[in-house]
Design a protein around this ligand. Structure first.
Ligand code: HEM
Length: 120
């Protein structure tokens, strides 16, 4: 489950960058297709995330925060891509993107116990 989760968001990050590159080259059709695959990945990220939550015997606030920040990142993927496609300002969202990633990586890899490196 955790491997599926990590694979899904890592792939989503790569496809997000691919979509941005396509948009910056004016290839809107290609970007739309990549974005469709991205949306399937969002479902997998959420499903595996919820699956991990169900494995817990006692959920604490840190897990809820982790899940909320994960959803926040998915929202930012969507907002940034749509604003880039419409040539609108994105700086505020890039700022949030950096904060949210720092937080999610810290919570996921450092704070919370489950790990792809040391399965529990
Ligand atoms: C793009 C969005 C997301 C990213 C980048 C992300 C990132 C991560 C990372 C880095 C880990 C730790 C993996 C490890 O320790 O090997 C993790 C674990 C986890 N994620 Fe996510 N996640 C995202 C979305 C979500 C969502 C939406 C949920 C819940 C609905 C969720 C729930 C969890 C849970 C419960 C764990 C296990 C925590 C632990 O004990 O380490 N994640 N995620």
């Amino acid at each position: 489950m955790i491997h599926g989760h990590v694979t899904a968001w890592a792939l989503a990050l790569i496809l997000f960058i691919v979509a941005l590159i396509l948009l910056s080259n004016g290839k809107t059709k290609g970007a739309k297709m990549v974005q469709m695959i991205l949306r399937v990945l969002y479902l997998i990220i959420v499903a595996t995330g919820v699956g991990l939550l169900f494995k817990l015997t006692n959920i604490n606030a840190m897990y809820i925060l982790k899940a909320v920040v994960g959803l926040w990142i998915i929202g930012l993927f969507e907002v940034i891509l749509s604003r880039v496609a419409n040539k609108r300002r994105t700086s505020v969202f890039w700022f949030q993107f950096v904060i949210a990633w720092a937080l999610v990586l810290y919570l996921g890899f450092v704070k919370l116990p489950m790990s792809i490196f040391y399965p529990v």
